[in-house]
Design a protein around this ligand. Structure first.
Ligand code: UD1
Ligand code: CA
Length: 536
């Protein structure tokens, strides 16, 4: 798959084809500038992957699905890499406005992060957002339905700020929701590190998903005060500010608190992975995919699978892989970034990367496809075949023990067992071209660059060094020498410690002897070879 094809697939999937309508006037801000100290990693936290997708892309995907106005991502820590990942995943945009990326140079807190988005929204001549949805970049489990519910609640209650909360057995680390009375209206959010012991015992936490009125957000952010335990501008302080101004703050409590998981540590990353993997499997089971052992079937977030496909145990589908309908994938196979057509059968223990396999093909067991392979319709690739940057034409077969690299192979070609394209001279790579209907005998070596014309036959054991014309036979082999009774005499010699049998090695064979016998042997052998040895 080309880069652009891949980007198109991945953006299609982060946008999800059957998402609901976008919400007029709603802008989205995703905060993704933080360092993520608690991950103990050299990589920015939001780039850590959950089900094969960078964490931040979950929030961005959600944003793109609901925003009627722009989506802005605030980056900071390792901003170049974060920016690259975002741009690669949202290229093409699928008819949506692309994501705007702004930089927070110093990570002075979540409130300060959101402030960085202001210039994007305050561009002259563009309508100002009516409301904002603000998302943490580390809450990959959040679902669209929940966000839509939050937006509805905000409108119904005519609130200025609406927050999403969850009740957790272990609320440690999260901001706590302080209500005016038990079950009463929200008064403020207090961060774990700033909380009193009494506040720390509150089990209702702030998920980090906020809906805020357009006319309130930036004026409130301007007034934030960083006098707290972390010396940061807390976004969460706008809740108390709204209450203090006599404005309404509403809240939605999650039914399933899993969804509110904020990933700060590797433990939480592993938890998120488990939950998402389960959801992804359920989604494909519901869509008509059979899994013999769901628990051992690993499907990345960006994968698509057709109905009536059967996945056996320990199958791993990664990246932007698209599997067609009625495929069968046997145990232990890993497929990464491949497009697989309908009715393809992939036997056990294959590794397939960045390749295209067209309908009705059969692969495996033990096939290794490296990037850039195209197996055309009804192709067959058998055990211990490795391919790279190679096209195998319609109906062609490479059934056993081959290396095919940098090759273009036509239709209905037979690649004999043990065929090798010698594509590399230690410095450069060269191409091999094989025409339609060619028959390559077993153990053929093709010294690239080389072309075998359509309909040609290459005899087993041939090293092809020169182009072969169409419909020709080519054979290049050391002539066979046969000495009748020699083996028996040798055994007898070893047993009786006798003299070596005649013709045991070249030294004994005189030039005279060779001159007398070889030419005739050679001539007759070559004739029979030509007749007999074209067998694959
Ligand atoms: C935040 C909330 C907390 C809530 C929790 C939910 C605040 C002050 N606290 O805490 O109430 O319970 O999320 O998971 O908001 N970020 C920036 N720039 C910064 C700091 C952070 O962009 O200067 C980004 C991070 O990359 C991350 C998000 O904001 O995606 C949240 O930051 P994080 O440090 O994880 O906040 P928490 O301590 O978890
Ligand atoms: Ca967090």
């Amino acid at each position: 798959m080309s880069r652009t094809e891949k980007a198109a697939v991945s953006s299609a999937v982060i946008l999800d084809s059957d998402h609901g309508p976008t919400v007029p006037g709603l802008a989205v801000v995703v905060m993704a500038a933080g360092l993520g100290k608690r991950m103990r990693s050299k990589h920015a936290k939001v780039l850590h992957e959950v089900a094969g997708r960078a964490m931040v892309l979950y929030s961005i995907g959600l944003g793109l699905r609901v925003a009627g106005h722009r989506v802005v991502v605030v980056v900071g820590h390792q901003s170049d890499r974060v920016r690259q990942v975002i741009e690669a995943a949202t290229a093409g945009g699928n008819g949506h406005a692309s994501v705007a990326i702004v930089e927070q140079r110093e990570q002075l807190g979540t409130g300060h992060a959101v402030l960085q988005s202001r210039p994007v929204f305050m561009t002259k001549g563009r309508p100002i957002p009516a409301w904002y949805l603000i998302l943490n970049g580390d809450t990959p489990l959040l679902r669209d339905e929940t966000v839509r519910r939050l937006l509805r609640k905000h409108q119904e209650e005519k609130a200025t700020v609406t927050i999403l909360t969850a009740v957790l057995e272990d609320p440690s680390g999260y901001g706590r929701v302080v209500r005016q009375s038990a079950g009463g209206v929200v008064a403020r959010i207090v961060e774990d590190r700033d909380a009193s012991p009494a506040e720390r015992s509150i089990k209702e936490i702030n998920v980090g998903t906020y809906v805020v009125d357009g006319e309130f957000l930036f004026s409130a952010l301007d007034k934030l005060d960083p006098s707290n335990a972390q010396g940061e501008y807390y976004l969460t302080d706008i809740i108390h500010a709204a209450v203090a101004q006599g404005r309404r703050v509403a809240a939605v409590v999650l039914d399933n608190s899993d969804e509110g998981l904020g990933v700060n540590t590797r433990g939480q990353l592993a938890e998120a992975e488990q939950v998402i993997r389960r959801q992804i499997r359920q989604r494909w089971l519901d869509a008509g995919v059979t899994m013999i052992d769901p628990a051992s079937t690993w499907i990345d977030a960006g994968v698509a699978i057709g109905a009536d496909t059967i996945l056996y145990s320990n199958v791993v589908l990664e990246g932007a892989t698209v599997l067609g309908q009625e495929c069968v994938v046997r145990p232990g196979t890993r497929i990464t970034d491949c497009v697989v057509g309908n009715g393809v059968e992939i036997l056990d223990h294959c590794i397939l990367r960045d390749s295209r396999i067209e309908e009705g093909s059969t692969l495996g067991p033990f096939v290794h496809l490296r990037p850039g392979v195209i197996v055309r319709k009804k192709g067959k690739v058998g055990n211990f075949v490795e391919m790279k940057k190679t096209e195998l034409g319609e109906g062609s077969k490479a059934n056993h023990l081959s290396y095919l690299g940098d090759a273009k192979i036509g239709k209905d070609v037979n690649i004999g067992a043990g065929t090798i394209t010698c594509n590399y001279d230690g410095a450069r790579k060269f191409e091999t071209v094989i025409g339609d209907g060619v028959f390559l005998g077993s153990d053929t070596q093709l010294i690239a660059p080389v072309t075998v014309g359509a309909g040609a036959i290459v005899a087993a054991g041939t090293t092809v060094t020169k182009d072969v014309p169409q419909d020709a036979l080519v054979i290049a082999r050391v002539p066979q020498v046969t000495r009748e009774g020699w083996a028996a005499r040798r055994r007898a010699m070893i047993a009786g410690n006798q003299r070596q049998p005649a013709g045991a090695d070249h030294k004994e064979e005189s030039d005279n002897h060779r001159a007398k016998h070889r030419p005739s042997v050679l001539k007759s052998r070559q004739k029979t070879n030509a007749k007999k040895s074209v067998r694959g």
